[in-house]
Design a binder for this molecule. Sequence first.
Ligand SMILES: Cc1cc2nc3c(=O)[nH]c(=O)nc-3n(C[C@H](O)[C@H](O)[C@H](O)COP(=O)(O)OP(=O)(O)OC[C@H]3O[C@@H](n4cnc5c(N)ncnc54)[C@H](O)[C@@H]3O)c2cc1C
Length: 481
Amino acid sequence: MDNEIKQYFDVVIIGAGLSGIGAAYHIQKKCPRKTYTILEGRSDIGGTWDLFRYPGIRSDSDMYTLGFSFNPWEDAKAIADGPAILQYIKDTAQKFGIAPHIRFNHRVIAANWSDAEKMWTLHIEPQNRVICCRFLVSCTGYYNYEHGYEPTFAGSESFAGTIIHPQKWDDKLQYADKKVVIIGSGATAVTLVPEMAKKAAHVVMLQRSPTYIVNLPSKDKIANLFRQKLPSKVAYQLARWKNILLSMLFYQIARRAPNVFKRMVRKGIQKELGTDYDLRHFDPQYQPWDQRLCLVPDSDLFKALRQNKAEIVTDTIERFTPKGILLKSGRELEADIIVTATGLQLQMLGGLDMRVNNETRPARDIYCYRGTMFSDIPNFAIAIGYTNASWTLKCDLNCHYITRILNYMDKKGYQVCTPRFDSQRFKPEPLLNFNSGYVLRSIDEMPRQASAAPWKMHQNYLRDSLSLRYGTVDDAYLQYQ
Ligand SMILES: Cc1cc2nc3c(=O)[nH]c(=O)nc-3n(C[C@H](O)[C@H](O)[C@H](O)COP(=O)(O)OP(=O)(O)OC[C@H]3O[C@@H](n4cnc5c(N)ncnc54)[C@H](O)[C@@H]3O)c2cc1C
C-alpha cells in the first residue's frame, strides 16, 4: 500500500458493539500492561443498537443478562428499548475509559497472521492504514451490516406502495392511517406489529409458519425490589444470576419435556386471546428452542390483536400485486406499506478476509475451541454468544478466558497460542445448534464445532463458567510457542 501508516498494539479488538466494549474492559482490567485499540467500521459505537432504527426496537432478552457483567443495568425496564441500550453502551465506554481507545471508520478488510513475524497485520478501509498486533479479538457480531436477508418476491416491482426492510428503516416513512403488511414471524416482526399498530390503520403479520411466543412483563419486579433494597452492584448480580438460572431451567424444560413446554405456551396464548382464537397461528412445526423463542413484553402484541388493530395470517405468498400481496389461499392482503421482516444475513468476522501466512483456510476446516478460539489460527479469539440465552453472557466468559491465556503466555514467556484440532477423536457438528432460516442458509460458510469438549459449545452458562473462568489454559489441544 502507498503512503500507508503502520501502527502496533498488543491486542486489537474489532467491533465496538456490546462484545467489543466488554472485551476492552476485561483486557484493560486484567492485562493492564497490554496496549489495545478497538477498530470500528462504522462512525459510532453500539453495533446492533446503533444500526437498527425501526419503530419499537427493543431487546428480546433481559438486560440483566444482556448487559455488561461489570456495569449494572439501572433502568427499571428489563426488556429495554434500543435507544436506552445504545446509551448504556456509550455510558459504559465513557465510564471505564474505553471510548478514547475506539477508532471509528476503521473497517478491517483483511487480517493476515505471519508465523515469521508472530504477528497479525490488518488492512483498514477507508483509511490507508495498516495496524499490527500480537493478539486479535473479533467482536464483529454475526450478521452482515450492509443488508439483511431480502428474498425476491414475484411481482414486487408491480406493487404501488412502499417496500422496506427493517435493517434499512427510513425515519421519514409515514405509516399513520396506512395499511401495513409485515412479512415475518421472528423477533423483529413481533416487535414491529404492536408498535406500528398504534398509528397504522391496520397491520397484518404475514407468516409462512409460526414461532413460539411467550409473554413477559418488561419490568422485572424481583430485580427492581433488589435494586430498592440492596446496593446497586449486589442487586444487579443477584438479578443476573436469577435470570441466568431461570432461563436455564426453562430451556431444560423445553428440551427435555417439549410437550409440557408447548402446553405452557399454548395456555399463555389462550389466556391472552381467549379459547376461540385460532391457535394454528401459534403452533410451530419445530420443537421448542430449535429456533429462538420470541418474547412479547407486557402483552403488547396480544393487545393489538385483541383490539383488532392487528391480525396474524399464516399463509404463503403467491406474488405481490399492485394493491398488496396475493396469497396461495387466494386471499389478497391490501397494503400501502410492506415491511419485509425476513431476517438477517449471517456473516462471520464482519466479512474480513482472514489468512494465516497469506493462505486462506476454508471455514469448514476450522473448529471452534471452547467457543472462543479457532483451530490452527494463532493468537485469535472470537465473541460467539449463546443462542439459547443472552448472546453476551458467553462473550463475557470468553473474555475471561482470553485474558487468562494472555497472562499465562506472559508468565511463561510464550508468544503464540494455537488450538490444534484432532480429527481422529472428534466428530464434526455445525457451529450453531439452530434450524432457523438464517442459520441454515449460511451453515456451509461457518466454522464447525465438534462432538465433545473442549470443541463443543454447550450453550450452558454454568458449564462454560467453570471451563472458561477456572478450567485449564494449557491442555493437549493448545499449542504454545
Ligand atoms: C434487532 C436485534 C435485536 C437483538 N436483541 C437481542 C437480545 O435481546 N438478546 C440477545 O442476546 N441478542 C440480541 N440480538 C443479537 C445482538 O446482535 C447481540 O446480542 C449483541 O448486540 C451483539 O453484540 P456484538 O458486539 O457481539 O455484535 P454487534 O452488535 O453486531 O456489533 C458488531 C460491531 O462490529 C463492527 N464490525 C463488524 N465487522 C467489522 C469489520 N470488518 N471492521 C470493523 N468493524 C466491524 C460492526 O460495525 C459493529 O459495530 C439482537 C439482534 C438484533 C439484530
